[in-house]
Design a protein around this ligand. Structure first.
Ligand SMILES: CC(C)(COP(=O)(O)OP(=O)(O)OC[C@H]1O[C@@H](n2cnc3c(N)ncnc32)[C@H](O)[C@@H]1OP(=O)(O)O)[C@@H](O)C(=O)NCCC(=O)NCCS
Length: 383
């Protein structure tokens, strides 16, 4: 048996080349890049740039000094507020190894040592089997498969727009109707598939997501109206930073919703077409869209407006249920802005007494879990 020395450490500039190499070696989304017309090198540059985004913390794993893996977590501030938990997304999970071992080490480190994490969300490529195994081993729960589709945009494309559907830019007075359609109609989302989240909290999440788009310059909201009432809407996003680094002007169709009573009459496809035409006119070259794999209506709507599948991902959630503090090591919180943050491999250091603030936070968090989450045994869901 060979024993090797594994060390966890926060990412710093001395690891830049090694980390860039890890992104370059990632083999799972190459087809998507080809369809998009983006080089892998520039994509690696973009992914590397995300490590310095606000709220991101990255931990690297070294084996006898050489970099073998990386995990990057991003705090989700407003989602945390919505669900009353401290929620994080695993933005990157990479390993230079054959098998799930390094990936599971990284996941365990996050789950066991980062005391402020209540919830983790992780999306992996569908063919990243080792990551899927590592997530299963570490107690993550599968919540759905997402299909990514893409389409090259050209200003010279013919746009077929139904003469019976009137599409215009969203006005302030349209907002309430849009939110109502979103809250009613957006049942295909991973939170709905998570038995630990109440469906009303999952629905209202989509309402809030949309509210955030209205006044944000990255988003364009279009509405289909009849008799001065909103019958459907679409939200398109321009990803300027991504386009700048990758060298392809990219946008995405982020939300669409049509009132149930007028579906399958061409409103959804018209909204897609108008949004795509507007993106092309604004100089974008590529549009992406993603949807849950069981949302057949949304997928059909994308395919009939020229999208093709470019990749697919599996989505997992993990709820960190920590034992009561008395059963664990006594911990003192290191505040996010403290100079101690992630300098040592542990976010928390041993201490004699628990800080009262931490105790209060934990109790508050537990109360919120009780409020928002069904108990697994009463949910009737298989787990
Ligand atoms: C997805 C959605 C916007 C489609 O709107 P729509 O107005 O019904 O779409 P259209 O009438 O333009 O139909 C577009 C295509 O999809 C097909 N389609 C739409 N709904 C369908 C369904 N339930 N089953 C099968 N095909 C369907 C149509 O037949 C049409 O295909 P065709 O041109 O080959 O005949 C609508 O179903 C919806 O609001 N769903 C809930 C919200 C949602 O899930 N949004 C996506 C995630 S953000």
């Amino acid at each position: 048996m060979t024993l090797t020395k594994l060390t966890f450490m926060p990412y710093d500039a001395t690891m830049e080349e090694g980390v860039r190499q890890l992104f370059l070696e990632y083999p799972h989304k190459d087809y998507q890049l080809r369809v998009m017309g983006a080089s892998k090198y520039r994509m690696a540059q973009y992914l590397h740039s995300t490590l310095s985004e606000p709220g991101m913390q990255t931990i690297c794993l070294r084996d006898n000094g050489s970099l073998v893996g990386l995990i990057a977590l991003q705090f989700l501030p407003w989602m945390s507020e919505h669900f009353g938990l401290r929620m994080f997304a695993i933005r990157h999970l990479l390993a230079r190894s054959v098998g799930p071992l390094v990936l599971s080490r990284l996941l365990r480190f996050i789950k066991e040592e980062l005391g402020e994490v209540d919830f983790l969300d992780c999306r992996i490529a569908v063919d990243d089997i080792f990551a899927a195994h590592a997530l299963e081993v570490c107690g993550f729960r599968y919540v759905g498969t997402e299909i990514f589709a893409g389409k090259r945009l050209s200003i010279s494309d013919q746009i077929e727009i139904s003469p019976t559907v009137d599409v215009s830019c969203c006005e302030h007075r349209d907002r309430d109707e849009i939110l109502e359609i979103a809250e009613e109609g957006h049942v295909y989302n991973r939170f709905m598939n998570d038995p630990l989240i109440e469906s009303h909290a999952a629905r209202s999440l989509y309402r809030r997501l949309l509210e955030k788009c209205f006044d944000h310059p990255q988003f364009d909201v279009l509405v289909a109206k009849s008799d001065d009432h909103v019958q459907g809407f679409i939200v398109a996003k321009t990803n300027l930073n991504f386009g700048h680094i990758v060298g392809v002007g990219c946008g995405s169709l982020d939300f669409i919703g049509v009132r149930p009573e007028i579906r399958q009459r061409g409103v959804g496809s018209t909204l897609n077409r108008v949004a795509l035409a507007q993106m092309a006119q604004n100089g974008l070259e590529y549009a992406g869209v993603r949807t849950l794999a069981n949302n057949y209506a949304a997928m059909r709507n994308c395919f009939c407006t020229g999208f093709a599948v470019t990749s697919s991902s599996l989505h997992f959630h993990a709820w960190i249920r920590r034992a009561r503090v008395s059963a664990r090591r006594k911990l003192t919180r290191i505040e996010p802005n403290s100079p101690d943050r992630l300098k040592s491999p542990l976010r928390y250091k041993s201490a004699g007494n628990q800080a009262p603030e931490q105790e209060t936070n934990q109790r508050r968090s537990c109360q919120n879990v009780a409020f928002y989450c069904r108990q697994p045994e009463s949910s009737g869901a298989s787990s």
